[in-house]
Design a protein around this ligand. Structure first.
Ligand code: ZN
Length: 80
């Protein structure tokens, strides 16, 4: 039997039109399904960064993704 886990690519477009960056993250299908069934994303993907988890959430459920660079820009703007 193969021990290799099935993986799936999650894709999220940055919502900043000027940026156009697309984030792609490969995750184990089994874990993605666990999260979709209601498990806490931090428990299912403890090794991912907050931004990587955001790719999963927005890639699967929404369209409000901001890539890391644009997120930093937003933070700077809000400080002013
Ligand atoms: Zn961006």
């Amino acid at each position: 039997m193969l021990d290799q886990k099935e993986t799936i690519k999650v894709v999220a477009d940055c919502r900043n039109d000027k940026c156009g960056r697309v984030a792609v993250l490969t995750v184990e299908l089994e874990k993605l399904e666990r999260w979709m069934k209601g498990e806490n994303i931090k428990d299912v993907f403890p090794n991912l960064t907050a931004n990587e988890r955001e790719v999963i959430i927005q890639g699967c459920r929404g369209n409000y993704y901001l890539c890391e660079s644009c997120w930093d820009l937003l933070m700077v703007e809000e400080e002013e």
